[in-house]
Ligand binder design. Structure first.
Ligand code: ADP
Ligand code: MG
Length: 255
């Protein structure tokens, strides 16, 4: 059984891509065949797993807009049990093009159905917006994983995200679940951090992952080497944290 998880938060810079890349790599390293789907025109998860988008013939754009065969756009990465459906820059225009398609909210879902049986997990890295691409991701997903940065305005904007989740649940995907809320860029030395953690736990009762992702410079360095943290520096705190998150998710679904 494949579990499709959308990593979403319309705020930029909260750790969506870092989480999608490193959680996908951790699941792959744990022997779970995983597909990482990059739906952000920025393409940071594609480059984060060492894929140069300038050399691609097909991407998630062709799948969403040109009805290309998804299998042909999927690439194997250099990492264990990890495949990638890359994004491309033209995805930036896809919001408008999608609006003109029939069943525009379920294009990604219909594509993923064709490859689902090959994977244990599919992680979708969402763009920092709540447009059609995010609606497609939420419609295709079994659940949404929400990274929240431990900062002063952490909860700001989350009611819009939760409205989108409820709307997709009501209209297109009644089974959509909250996979969990992930606290990212945690710095235990700051008093503010603990305050934010308490607030988030109050708002999302029982939905917050036990694993917290620490702020560590290694996590911000790894993408420029095109490597997930487990391959860039396997013994650092960041690698340990994403491995623990993968174990938590595996435990939730496979026990
Ligand atoms: P998003 O995809 O939500 O925009 P990113 O994952 O790209 O967020 O993260 C934003 C920036 O913060 C990136 O430069 C990334 O390398 C950095 N970053 C993310 N998580 C951490 C962390 N735990 N520690 C240090 N830097 C991080
Ligand atoms: Mg991102």
């Amino acid at each position: 059984m494949c579990r499709v998880i959308a990593v979403s938060n319309q705020k930029g810079g909260v750790g969506k891509t870092t989480t999608a890349v490193n959680l996908a790599a951790a699941l792959g390293a744990a022997g779970r065949k995983t597909l990482l789907v990059d739906t952000d025109p920025q393409g940071n998860s594609s480059s984060g797993v060492g894929v140069d988008r300038r050399k691609l013939s097909q991407s998630v754009y062709d799948v969403l807009i040109r009805d290309a065969e998804i299998q042909k756009a999927i690439l194997a990465t250099a990492f264990n049990h990890l495949d990638l459906l890359p994004s491309s820059l033209d995805l930036a225009g896809a919001e408008i093009e999608l609006a003109e398609k029939p069943h525009r909210e379920s294009v990604l879902k219909r594509a993923l159905v064709q490859v689902k049986d090959q994977y244990a997990y599919i992680l979708i890295d969402c763009p920092p917006s709540l447009g059609f691409i995010t609606t497609n991701a939420l419609t295709a997903a079994d659940s949404v994983l929400i990274p929240i940065q431990c900062e002063f305005y952490a909860l700001e904007g989350l009611s819009q995200l939760m409205n989108s989740v409820r709307r997709v649940k009501r209209q297109y995907n009644g089974a959509l679940d909250i996979e969990g809320v992930l606290l990212t860029m945690y710095d235990g030395r700051l008093n503010l951090t603990q305050q934010v953690v308490d607030e988030v736990k109050k708002y999302f009762k029982g939905k917050v992952f036990g694993t917290v992702i620490p702020r560590t410079v290694r996590l911000s360095e790894a993408p420029s080497f095109g490597q997930p943290i487990q391959y860039f520096d396997r013994s650092c705190k960041g690698a340990e944290a994403y491995n623990a998150l993968a174990a938590e998710i595996i435990q939730n679904h496979e026990s």
